[in-house]
Design a binder for this molecule. Sequence first.
Ligand code: GDP
Ligand code: MN
Length: 396
Amino acid sequence: MNIHEYQGKKILKSFGVRIQEGIVAATPDKAVEAAKELQKQTGTSWWVIKAQIHAGGRGKGGGVKLAKNLDEVKQIADQILGMQLVTHQTGPKGKKVLKVLVGQDVYYPGESETQEYYMGVLLNRDTGRNIIMYSPEGGVDIEGVAEKTPHLIFKEEIDPKVGLQAFQARKIAFNLGLTGGAVKEMVKFVYALYAAYEGTDSSMFEINPVLKTSDNLILAVDAKVTLDDNALFRHKDFKELRDETEEDPIEVEARRFDLNYVKLDGNVGCMVNGAGLAMATMDMIKMSGGDPANFLDVGGTANAKRVEEAFRIILKDPNVEAILVNIFGGIVRCDRVAQGIVDAYANIGDIKVPIIVRLQGTNATEGKALIDKSGLKVSSAIALEDAARLVKEVVG
Ligand code: GDP
Ligand code: MN
């Protein structure tokens, strides 16, 4: 689950990371109020107005702007709120901005000693260890740095047995070119950032830029955070961080039914029991010349009701031209699933796309017989090759 910059910063602060302070606002008037409050709290007299969307690259896209007085705060907030912000991470349609973060300006004007670094904590799935990735060349062009000067991207891997070590935090500070008091500040920053990543069970914490001011303060100016969905049950208070306006509407609905659904761009919808079989099925669709429209694992308790809910979800996607149901009957009995399909057909009504059902395992023959007998526009198969051939016929 992704969260907004202002939410990520609040988490960082609670773990002791110094941040660019800010207050979130949903109208230009509230933005002005926020700016005044921030002036009271921090003494700032300039502000930065930042679009809150779940995507990076906002600065380049015109979603981050400096305001030097309260009139400008209002004017810029008015301009950014409601805009359809397009960045290299949003896709061509962009994302509608519903909130802005009014932040204190932390770049002292005319300062040459202000430095922007990049720092991210994430899981290296190859080694099964967390890594801190960092670069002295942070800022809005970090993708360019990774491409043109990859030697300026450093990695520090954390051994889970001993956790982040002091020498590692110091090494990071030195590689970033820090000296004097800034080293100690950076060590504190790295420790607090890593504690935030671990303490929230996140899969990514990306801070770009990390800023060093001329008076050696190190602070997080941005925060891009992905919380691990599978750990959310351990953090009940994170529920309120979810912003459904940022998510795919079909995925939001699938979650309501507790269905494990991920929307993809293809044309063949699939309904499968078990995540491994679902992945194999998606491969099979590809090899048959189709493209999966989704990943959907109906789980081990695929009863008639869940089958119907799954059909409804798959059919919401207008790109779906065919549906492949691939069920391996173990505890789940194929005849029950078949009955579920027949019922879903009757209850939903007007299903226009062809459905291919492959049932294998417990009571597969009975299941196939039920479907063949139903007179519905459903092709059934028991062997996977037959199902693949049917997919090819339908989408080819
Ligand atoms: P992103 O473009 O979505 O990554 O958004 P960021 O939060 O990283 O902001 C983009 C850029 O805006 C940063 O790299 C900074 O250069 C600039 N910026 C952010 N905060 C301030 C600020 O307080 N003052 C000034 N002058 N620039 C800022
Ligand atoms: Mn950024």
